[in-house]
Design a protein around this ligand. Structure first.
Ligand SMILES: Cc1cc2nc3c(=O)[nH]c(=O)nc-3n(C[C@H](O)[C@H](O)[C@H](O)COP(=O)(O)OP(=O)(O)OC[C@H]3O[C@@H](n4cnc5c(N)ncnc54)[C@H](O)[C@@H]3O)c2cc1C
Ligand SMILES: NC(=O)c1ccc[n+]([C@@H]2O[C@H](COP(=O)([O-])OP(=O)(O)OC[C@H]3O[C@@H](n4cnc5c(N)ncnc54)[C@H](OP(=O)(O)O)[C@@H]3O)[C@@H](O)[C@H]2O)c1
Length: 453
């Protein structure tokens, strides 16, 4: 039998371990490189890789039933929205349950990945050693490279208070008795403004755009567990959930927040059951965007000015692949052209897992992507032609641009249920193509086991 390609996986966060497990299930020899000394990535509070955005009191905002892997339920005594320690423990137990820990090389950062002329990947590792693989799976996460306001606000270089990005936020202890300005209407902005509001003298929540705020529960059930049938047109589903959210919370303007310039589902969901209370309790004051920083003050675009000790920029993240040469593979302004957010039409043996921003949780999607890559590498799923892939990418991007608010945070959006549902059709089409191609392996096994130093 022809030998299957060897695979390197970069990252043992929730995406990398899901891919690793699926590759292993299908008999592919995969090695996962993890910079940290443990698995879990973002969900390891204080992760020694310096890449985790988890704060002390972080809880998931996608419910546990939506987040768990399809073949490994979360423990039944977990609450609907577990704490990060429980989530990290769950990922840790996943690798032991499926016996894949020995495929993970901990404290082994991939410093550089180069595609050689014969198509194999040469990885330079943190200890200076070099290894070769036939295929590369990238699962390095996309919530660790901080995006600060671009350009920086005037006066930020001479501001006398402290400025941090949400990624640096640990807990509210340093905010006690202080005046805190939180910028951004995403989930970091919500959580951090709420936490600050319990100890700060004043908490201001600044935003350049309004958002629909989704409660964690509707009708006593986690909101993301409401029926969302992909066979029903999106516009119909959008109307229903929009009305539901409005019925529960009313319009954001009622709380002094900016009026959203879009309908529900046209921005990444901002989920919080607490922010509106904290505003209505007078503990968080909504503000428009920051215009400039001025000594000890923050001046907003409506001309109002407040004293500020701390400014927290909850302004999102950049998609970055530090191990690739930038002119080879990169994501300027968070844009990267991938077929179904997995396959590159230009580089046939690199695959991306978890590089999406779902309305729903990432993990079951990463799992499906891992299985898909495995089918592909086994010759059981064949990609369409390059022009067809490019056509699909163009369509996807046009659809995303049409639907979503123009923002660097909306470049890799997918609808959880729709993605999984549509994937079934794509897998069937790819299986047919593979059959026509005689189940030829798309990536041959060439990489030597050892590389001479
Ligand atoms: C505060 C916060 C809360 C979130 N809450 C949710 C939620 O409730 N539900 C949800 O679905 N998503 C949530 N997300 C999204 C989050 O991205 C996913 O939950 C999840 O962490 C994605 O897993 P990942 O494996 O893709 O990335 P990560 O968790 O970031 O893991 C990437 C791994 O790759 C490793 N790595 C990176 N580069 C290298 C390298 N060069 N060599 C070797 N190893 C490397 C890292 O050490 C890390 O272990 C949240 C994000 C943030 C920031
Ligand atoms: N509890 C949880 O589970 C939890 C907590 C935190 C984060 N998360 C997840 O982590 C990911 C990142 O979330 P995030 O909130 O950190 O980032 P985000 O979703 O990218 O939101 C960034 C926010 O900052 C605003 N912004 C960006 N640049 C700005 C600028 N220059 N001036 C003014 N405003 C600016 C954006 O506004 P525009 O819309 O106008 O661009 C947006 O409101 C998401 O997947 C989120 O769901 C989850």
């Amino acid at each position: 039998m022809t030998q299957l390609p060897t695979v390197a996986v970069i990252g043992a966060g929730s995406s990398g371990i899901a891919a690793l497990k699926r590759l292993d299930d299908r008999g592919l020899s995969a090695t996962c490189f993890e910079a940290s000394d443990r698995i879990g990535g973002n969900w390891v509070f204080g992760n020694k890789n310096g890449m985790s955005a988890a704060y002390r009191d972080l809880h998931i905002n996608t419910s546990r039933d939506r987040m768990e892997y399809s073949d490994f339920p979360m423990p039944s005594d977990y609450p609907d929205y577990p704490h990060h320690t429980q989530i990290a423990a769950y990922f840790d137990s996943y690798v032991d349950h499926f016996g894949i820990r020995d495929r993970i090389r901990f404290e082994t950062k991939v410093e550089h990945a180069a595609r050689l002329e014969d198509g194999t990947w040469e990885l330079r590792l943190g200890d200076g050693s070099v290894e070769r693989y036939d295929a590369l799976v990238v699962a390095n996460g996309h919530h660790w490279d901080q995006r600060w306001p671009e350009p920086a606000f005037p006066g930020s270089d001479t501001f006398r208070g402290t400025q941090i990005h949400a990624h640096q936020y640990v807990d509210n202890t340093d905010m006690e008795g202080k005046d805190v300005v939180v910028l951004g209407m995403g989930n970091s902005g919500m959580d951090i403004a709420v936490e600050a509001s319990y100890v700060a003298a004043n908490t201001y929540l600044a935003a350049r755009r309004g958002a629909w705020i989704v409660p964690k529960y509707i009708f006593g059930r986690p909101t993301d567990q409401l029926r969302n049938d992909p066979r029903i047109p999106f516009k119909v589903r959008q109307r229903v959930i929009h009305q539901l959210v409005k019925a529960y919370t009313g319009s954001p303007e009622r709380y002094g927040l900016p009026k959203p310039d879009h309908k529900f589902g046209e921005a990444h969901p901002t989920i919080s059951s607490r922010i509106l209370d904290r505003i209505q309790h007078g503990r968080v004051t909504p503000k428009p965007n920051i215009e400039r920083l001025d000594g000890d003050d923050v001046v907003f675009t409506d001309g109002t000015r407040v004293h500020a000790d701390v400014v927290v920029y909850c302004t999102g993240y950049k998609i970055t692949f530090p191990f690739f040469d930038e002119d080879f593979i990169s994501a300027p302004d968070n844009h990267i052209e991938l077929f179904w957010r997995v396959f590159s039409p230009e580089v046939p043996n690199v695959f991306f897992v978890g590089l999406l921003q779902p309305l729903g949780a990432v993990m079951p999607l990463a799992e499906a992507q891992g299985a898909w890559i495995a089918d592909h590498l086994r010759g059981e799923y064949a990609l369409p032609s390059r022009p067809q892939m490019l056509e699909r990418i163009t369509e996807d991007q046009a659809e995303m641009r049409k639907r979503y608010v123009a923002s660097k945070r909306h470049t890799i959006q997918v609808d959880f249920d729709d993605y999984l549902y549509d994937l079934e059709g794509e897998l069937a089409a790819g299986a047919e193509r593979a059959k026509e191609a005689g189940f030829a392996l798309p990536v041959p096994h060439r990489a030597p086991e050892r590389v001479e130093a």
